[in-house]
Design a protein around this ligand. Sequence first.
Ligand code: ATP
Length: 419
Amino acid sequence: MLRSCSRGGAGAPDGPVAARGGAPCHARKRQARPRRCTLDGEARGVTAGDDVVELDHVSKRFGSFVAVHDAHFAIARGEFFAMLGPSGCGKTTTLRMIAGFETPTSGRIRLEGADVSRVPPYRRNVNTVFQQYALFPHMNVWDNVAFGPRSRKVRDEELRRRVGEMLDIVRLSEFAERRPAQLSGGEQQRVALARALVNYPSALLLDEPLGALDLKLRQAMQIELKRIQREVGITFVFVTHDQEEALTMSDRIAVMSEGCVEQIGAPEEIYHQPGTVFVAGFIGSANLFPATVGSSSGGDVDVSVAGRHLPVPARAVPGDLHPGSAATLMVRPERVRVIVGELANGYVGLPCRVRDLVFQGPVVRFALDAADGTEIVAHVAGDERLPLLRPGDEVFAGWERDAARLLPGTAPVPVGSDR
Ligand code: ATP
């Protein structure tokens, strides 16, 4: 799913939220680059038919600061949808608008087809789970979960059935009598989930719900959350800045940057076919080489990188890049081979010198320098077939032709970023 998120730069038409003066520093920065984030129909993730949540050109301003700009996408029934991006990119604000805690400055939000843009949170059929679970400390697990349906006057028999079902799903039936203080962090998290799900919301909204857990528990809860979501079949909308979390659990991910949705797609798509330099650099490690687009012939586009001409398959080159365009060539470090001698057929690459290498068991991490100083990172399987190499050795950094993608614009970070 490719995107067409054009940023308003010099000469670009102003989007609906144009720059205003006199704002604090961070706001000025965001305002100085007004964008038009108009993803095309497929790319904006609008699915035909059974959409539970729809954002229709939604923007949010706080004073003159643009927190969310023209978010336009839909989330389908039963989908596990993540909003991923660095701190301050607007993901929590977007979630809070879906929940009703914030009102859009412009645009509409629909739940199950009905416009809820001005409907208060308690009248929306969504529930939110926050990082702090806010369980009632004086109530046991059963009563915590029963609280919502009880206040909605659900009858006793139905109440017992629902609470029993939810405790089963989160695997806490045997802890029904315990108070929150007698539970681990992961168990408390599952109570918070059961309490939110027992109301059968149209969508469950989760704001960094695993943030308070240690790494091991967080990883276990990622698998657990996914299982629970599959079992209940309810739409989950999840906010995180943790790419591993988003890749592990989501059916689709919306990657956000500076208030703008950069790309929406399945985890594999976001990782292998990033639409922008930002997405390529934010998800995983990436070599991001400054490049210039050349002419096309025989299904390949000639791309100039580090003083050499490399053929890139035309299908890996966005249509809006023309000869002479400045661009970025992306190659994932795990696709780069360190080759001694000649490049094999089907491979392209750059002659380099080994600057550093670190053996890490299953992977050897190489830092390589091309003749013009371009840095290349390679993650090579640490098996016995790898020739013995030392800093200073001359090699080729090579990759299969279809491992590279050309992206519009130039990299904002040094090439060969390895995080
Ligand atoms: P984090 O991961 O740190 O929570 P985020 O991507 O969820 O970040 P938001 O909380 O949506 O970011 O905030 C987006 C921007 O909007 C931030 O720069 C934030 O300071 C600003 N912002 C959020 N709420 C308000 C508010 N009520 N008034 C003014 N600015 C706000």
